[in-house]
Ligand binder design. Structure first.
Ligand code: PEP
Ligand code: MG
Length: 315
């Protein structure tokens, strides 16, 4: 049934009974942001800033950064744009920030951890981001990748706020962050779950190895249990949790995530219409029931099969 639909999204993500779900886009540059705006994205849920500088040997100047960030912010006047600070390392090395000789780069000094060695790079980035925000109408939500402890969550969000960036949060993509979510939200205004890395780290399976694809899926109940724990940690604090990994683009999994309490789903622009259509085919209570089924399943296959069987629109 889904395949026969005209693929449009009108920027009004919600379940059939009106439970609102922000449907946002993952972008890496200004062109991607414009495509996302045309596709109806309600904002940006993940701006991968490192994509702007992948080919550069030296740290970009603050001025060059302001220009790159403005290009994305300008596509979403009045809308939320979640900007992630540099996620350098492992699959995305940045010559000016990461050490190419590390034996285990996925477990190394990557992403937020690079501030141990080079704190100035984050300061310059936050400065540039604050300037870009002041020059545009977008609402910047800033977050750091690979936050592993409550100390890191506090240090990052405190620092971001000193630059005038009012909404400061974190990615939850390291299992420790999901397990400690209740403590993280004493500092973070919001979180976005990166299911790609969260899956890699909880399943101990390299996300780039196609031979381990059966392990590298957020349908794994172990991953879903961590997502559930992250949402449960956020609820008493009233903080929103989003998902910005590949899982958000799987329409059946999107229903499960909404049922677990996820408030926004960020994905490649192309996936917006299908995710929207499937969410509009179910009530929020259905999503909650699907979440219970998935989290209670013994295997990823069981979870996927059982949930899809409850979604007639996918037949
Ligand atoms: C993730 O880890 O799920 C994520 C969204 O970030 P990236 O894919 O850029 O690591
Ligand atoms: Mg990640």
């Amino acid at each position: 049934e889904l395949a026969n639909r005209v693929r449009v999204f009108n920027g009004d993500g919600a379940t059939k009974d009106g439970h609102e779900v922000q449907l946002l886009a993952n972008v890496g540059d200004a062109a991607g942001a414009r495509t996302a705006a045309e596709a109806g994205a309600m904002g940006v849920g993940l701006f991968r800033t490192e994509f702007c500088f992948l080919d550069q040997p030296d740290e970009p100047t603050v001025e060059a950064q302001v220009k790159a960030y403005r290009g994305v912010l300008e596509a979403f006047p009045g809308k939320k744009v979640v900007v992630r600070t540099l996620d350098a390392g492992a699959d995305k090395p940045l010559p000016f920030l990461t050490d190419a000789t590390e034996a285990n780069p996925a477990l190394g000094v990557r992403a937020y951890r690079t501030t141990r060695r080079d704190p100035d790079v984050l300061d310059h980035q936050l400065e540039a981001l604050a300037q870009a925000e002041a020059q545009t109408e977008a609402k910047v939500w800033v977050m750091a990748p690979m936050i592993s402890t409550a100390e890191e969550a506090k240090a990052f969000t405190d620092k971001a706020r000193t630059y005038g960036l009012q909404t400061a949060g974190m990615m939850i993509e390291v299992p420790s962050a999901a397990l400690m979510a209740d403590k993280m939200f004493e500092h973070a205004d919001f979180a976005s779950i990166g299911t790609n890395d969260l899956t890699q780290y909880v399943m101990a399976a390299d996300r780039l190895l196609s031979s381990l694809a059966d392990l590298s899926t957020a349908w794994q109940p172990a991953v879903l249990r961590l997502i559930q724990q992250a949402c449960q940690g956020a609820a008493p604090h009233g903080r929103p949790v989003g998902v910005c990994g590949e899982a958000a683009a799987d329409p059946a999994l999107a229903c499960v995530l909404v049922g677990l309490g996820v408030a926004s789903l960020s994905m490649t622009s192309r996936a917006l219409p299908d995710v929207d259509a499937v969410l509009k085919s179910v009530d929020f209570a259905d999503c909650q029931r699907l979440a219970e089924i998935a989290v209670g399943s013994a295997t990823a296959d069981d979870a996927r099969t059982a949930v899809r069987a409850e979604l007639p629109i996918l037949e």
